[in-house]
Ligand binder design. Structure first.
Ligand SMILES: NC(=O)c1ccc[n+]([C@@H]2O[C@H](COP(=O)([O-])OP(=O)(O)OC[C@H]3O[C@@H](n4cnc5c(N)ncnc54)[C@H](OP(=O)(O)O)[C@@H]3O)[C@@H](O)[C@H]2O)c1
Length: 240
């Protein structure tokens, strides 16, 4: 997969990592970049098509899919993270609605286009899918669910030639981590590493120095070997 000449859609494309992904895709020569947003967006590059795309709104997802003729790379990036302590069921539901069902709904809507292009799905998950930060446990639950979704889609779609990547992102300097006094990576370098991972066909992408410390252990570990063993129950050779 090379980004040059391709059509890319980024949800939550107006700020943070999403905005950096839009700009990085343009820098790599994408032919068209769809930026999904909650509010109208303008972008100076004419290759950017803004799309009203609340990932929790089924009607908006369908309408957005109707505006896109062809798509090579879908990046499920939109997300929320709020402090909680698991005492409030509504907090869990809110995180699942955006981070899990949002990713699921957008993926299903754009899947026919991705099958046609033999494209790629890139889910911006989080290192918290592997281990929760107990300050944001509802967030971690939703990201663990999104990671599991990513792993199953990877196995289920392999036979149709669609690649499915998980991005196991560490702390990034965006609005989302404003309240956390920890070392953070710039969104621009994270966006670069995400597209490098897609272009190098890395299943699981560790796009920053903190997540990179876990990459070898994850890729060579028992859990990854077990994922492959489970996937073999449904995987077929990609169609030629
Ligand atoms: N920052 C980190 O340290 C970090 C670490 C690991 C993973 N991640 C993941 O990376 C992704 C981007 O995070 P970020 O740090 O860039 O966060 P951010 O700066 O808070 O941006 C979040 C983006 O998601 C959009 N969004 C929120 N709810 C939405 C909805 N219902 N429909 C569509 N868009 C929605 C926001 O739109 P508005 O601007 O309109 O609110 C915004 O564009 C998230 O999935 C996050 O979980 C971030």
């Amino acid at each position: 997969m090379t980004i040059a000449g391709k059509a890319v859609l980024v949800t939550g494309g107006n700020r943070g990592i999403g905005r950096a992904l839009v700009d990085e895709a343009l820098g790599r020569g994408a032919a068209r970049v769809y930026a999904g947003t909650l509010r109208p967006l303008t972008h100076p590059d004419e290759r950017v098509t803004p799309l009203m795309l609340d990932v929790t709104d089924a009607a908006q997802i369908q309408a957005a899919a109707g505006h896109v003729e062809s798509l090579d790379v879908l990046i499920n990036n939109a997300g929320i993270s709020l402090f909680d302590d698991l005492t409030d069921r509504a907090a869990l539901e809110r995180h699942l609605a955006v981070n899990f069902f949002g990713t699921y709904g957008v993926t299903q809507a754009f899947l026919p286009l991705l099958v046609r292009s033999r494209g790629a799905i890139v889910n911006n998950v989080s290192l918290n899918a592997l281990a929760p930060l107990p300050l944001t446990p509802a967030y971690a639950v939703s990201k663990a669910a999104a990671f599991s979704l990513t792993q199953s889609l990877r196995a289920l779609l392999a036979g149709q030639g669609v690649r499915v990547h998980a991005v196991l992102t560490g702390p990034v300097d965006t609005e989302m981590t404003r309240g956390l006094d920890i070392p953070k990576s710039p969104p621009e370098s994270v966006a670069r590493a995400i597209f490098d991972g897609v272009e190098n066909d890395e299943e699981d992408i560790f796009p920053d120095p903190m997540s990179a410390t876990l990459a070898d252990g994850w890729r060579n570990g028992a859990a990854k070997a077990f994922e492959r063993q489970m996937a073999a129950f449904v995987e077929t050779e990609p169609a030629k």
